[in-house]
Design a protein around this ligand. Structure first.
Ligand SMILES: Cc1ncc(COP(=O)(O)O)c(C=O)c1O
Length: 399
């Protein structure tokens, strides 16, 4: 049978990035000693009050069609929270509920990009951006963060990447995989360029509730940016709700109307009981306290892993300010990232992700996610120590 060119556009190299992850998860089913540090799915359960709220919704018949944009009270809560964090004036007219930040990214791209457009994406970049942008017919223009300078924004590279075809700049702050956040100056630079060249900015902020140090800044709150910014967010990471598929886009009301029309034919709104649960997640003190407990736990795990990697001369890691990931440079070991990840899996049964998939600037890195309990994390550190001792021994023999 024949398929459309769209099916090519959504294939991309990055779809293959998960090989070791799939191997690790499939072996884990038979062998409990496998430690999977290759995915960003929280190991926590969704807070009980959130689950209860969904169950209650189901029991009381909240099982019918819903408002396409999402329930007013939920969108109001999201608008108020974003306004208080960003300074942007937001009402429910600026918010639409979609099936996770992923769906919001896809839908937003469909509404702002078309064939012939160029969309700049700051790399490292979350793997699904490639397909989301390419399927609109637009061209993805990667702009690498400066890896020699702590993954800061490369101001010149960004400025030079803009052409008369550029339509949008995409980024995630905090970033997956680096866990770093764009600074006020960097965001202001992006905002100035966006205003000067009349560009959209797509700001993916799914890790903005999982910050350990520094301040997360939403570019939408900078002067004259609200009209051209689409902020994406979700409950996946902040409340361990990846499987619920609940997220949203915040943007100008006209964009929200277009997204609503798209959602009508693509999704027809999020399930009512899921929206009830989302409302609870964002308002119930116990749910909020649980979310905060998850954040401090990630921070503790991050500290443990950073300590582990700092002990090895041949490895260097960037201390993430947020998220649940850590990048480790393995180039000094003599292995490529792919080889390192494969050997670590084969010898120590630890699954990590070669960060090549996130862009050329992270090709020397592996991404480790800290979504396992303390006991497994401690065991992972011991096995990494053993693995590195073995590598150092082999390197000495080879000299
Ligand atoms: C940077 C980034 N954006 C978007 C997503 C998708 O999140 P959601 O579960 O809300 O669709 C992820 C998931 O890992 C992510 O890391």
């Amino acid at each position: 049978m024949r398929y459309t060119p769209l099916t090519q556009a959504i294939q991309g190299e990055t779809v293959d990035a998960w090989d070791i992850h799939f191997k690790a998860t499939s072996l884990k089913e038979k062998d409990d000693s496998v430690i999977v540090l290759s995915i960003g799915d929280p190991d926590f359960d969704t807070p009980p009050t959130v689950v209860e709220s969904a169950v209650q919704g189901l029991r009381t018949g909240d099982t019918h069609y819903v408002e396409i944009e999402g329930r007013e009270e939920l969108r109001e809560v999201i608008a108020t929270a974003h306004q208080s964090r960003s300074g942007q004036v937001v009402t429910k007219e600026n918010v639409i509920m979609l099936a996770g930040a992923q769906n919001a990214l896809f839908a937003s791209s469909m509404c702002i990009l078309e064939p012939g457009d160029e969309a700049i994406v700051l790399q490292p970049m979350y793997v699904t951006y490639e397909a989301c942008i390419q399927l609109t017919g637009a061209t993805l223009v990667p702009v690498a963060m400066d890896k020699h300078n702590g993954f800061c924004l490369d101001y010149t590279a960004l400025k030079n990447a803009i052409t008369d075809k550029t339509k949008a700049i995409y980024f995630a702050t905090p970033n997956n995989p680096s866990g770093l956040m764009l600074t006020q100056d960097e965001l202001q630079f992006i905002a100035d360029l966006a205003i000067k060249h009349d560009l959209w900015v797509v700001s993916d902020e799914v890790y903005s509730q999982t910050v350990f140090e520094g301040q997360h800044i939403s570019i939408s709150g900078l002067d004259n940016m609200a009209e051209r910014t689409i902020t994406l967010n979700s409950l996946s990471k902040s409340h361990a709700m990846t499987g619920w598929r609940v997220g949203w886009a915040i943007g100008p009301s006209t964009l929200i109307k277009h997204l609503s029309n798209l959602s009508l034919c693509m999704l027809y709104g999020l399930a009512g009981f899921v929206q009830q649960a989302a409302y609870t997640a964002l308002t119930d003190p116990e749910a909020l306290a649980e979310s905060e407990r998850m954040r401090t736990t990630y921070q503790r795990r991050r500290d443990r892993l950073v300590k582990c990697f700092h002990q090895h001369n041949n490895l260097s890691c960037i201390t993430p300010q947020a998220s649940m990931f850590l990048l480790v440079n393995v180039s000094e070991t003599g292995f490529t990232a792919q080889q390192f990840a494969e050997s670590l899996f084969e010898q120590q049964k630890i699954g990590v992700l070669p960060a090549t998939a996130f862009g050329a600037c992270t090709s020397d890195y592996i991404r480790i996610s800290y979504v396992v309990d303390d006991q497994q994390l401690e065991e992972a550190c011991t096995r990494i120590d053993n693995f590195m001792a073995q590598i150092s021994h082999e390197m000495r023999l080879a000299q």
